[in-house]
Design a protein around this ligand. Sequence first.
Ligand code: NDP
Length: 455
Amino acid sequence: MDFDLFVIGGGSAGVRCARISAGHGARVGVAEERFWGGTCVNIGCVPKKLLVQAGEYGAWAEDAAGFGWTIEKGPHDWAKLIAAKDREITRLEGIYRKLLANAGATVFDGRASFVDPHTILVNGRTVTAERIVIATGGHPERPEIPGAELGIISDDAFYLKAMPKHVAIVGSGYIAVEFAGIFRALGAEVHLIYRQPLPLRGFDSDLREALAEALAAQGIILHPGCHPEKVEADGDARVLTFGGGQALRTDLVFFATGRKANIRGLGLEKIGVETNPRDAVKVNEHLETTVPHIYAIGDVTDRVNLTPVATAEGHALADTLFGDRPRSVSLHNVPSAVFSTPPIGTVGLTEEQAAALGPVDIYLTRFTPMRHNLTGRARKTTMKLVVDAATQKVLGVHMLGEDAPEIVQGMAIAVVMGATKADFDRTIGIHPTAAEEFVTLRTRTRTTDMAKAAE
Ligand code: NDP
């Protein structure tokens, strides 16, 4: 065999797996056809956060007046922002590539596919490997409606030539909500069109309500309960029909309607690697596919599609295969953030999920952050603890408000360790912060008992 391990895909999962395996002394080959670092670094988490930060400066310039500053807010230069973002992404992509080369992996810039279960075709040549890892990630998916190709997807949003003045975003998952905030903060009229009564299906319902309020407070126009029907072109403009015939003329229709695994052209059917009906590669808890020496990690498995999960899986697999340290990654209590305006941080069970298992004590607080009592900005923070009524274990921590992702990352350690409400209570707060509310929530808001409710 040419390699001990061949990794197909140089995103968060693949790069980590290849790098750590090479560090353990394995002979590693890794192929990437588009950009090193994958979605997260190039057209996902990283550039997205830079765009969110661009929006924040605008709000700070406005808010400064409340603190005595005279700042005249000029126009925003989209082209300058995108150029700065591109420079940073190019720098990061280079670092990812270098990390692999420095670790001793053989790097292939090209598309790889299976010839047989141990042979890969890449850049016109075949290479053989003892073990193979599929880490090809996913791609955004448009809904199947007429004219869907006239709308953009998140991949395109990072390269728009000009900032649209009017945007219609379809969907209300992570990407929809984040980009609604970005475009609004940079000055666009933004419409959010979604099927549910509230955005972010699957999140805690108090947070979802708080988010809908926060989006509206920013001036985002919400269209809940609406399905998209068709998109038509009218010159450069687009006309989106939705919600039973309502038509919206806009500069840009943006579909943020979910992502799907990248398996096309890999030749999986040839070698017996099974996929599920959503095209994701099936894996067991050891990240093995239905072919034992072939593994799959990250978004291509469509379980918890988050970068830190992908990197953790890549690392665990490398340690297991070549580091003499077999281990797996727990997908319980995975914290996550939505970089909405203001952002969300969350870990553990929602009230609905926890109450389905047994009675839960809910501690909930909503307040105006100190800063905004002076700025006058209509922005509220919501913080919530979901506590098992019987054991007093904290099952869920949820927050919408400034710095929520930074705060909840720390809280996640407590939840993973199995902290109880009493542990939170005996922790001294840091004053004055919003975070201290999590350790000073003394009054139970309610107890939710689904079993009782069902009686
Ligand atoms: P999500 O799965 O989070 O949300 C998809 C949205 O599209 C939902 O609102 C869904 O509605 C809607 N939708 C799906 N199909 C249709 C349709 N045919 N017509 C109308 N609406 C539709 O996907 P995203 O694209 O936002 O993000 C993909 C994944 O990427 C996330 O799940 C997350 O794992 C990851 N991600 C994480 C981020 C972070 O950590 N901050 C940031 C960005 C992405 P409904 O609820 O009704 O099904």
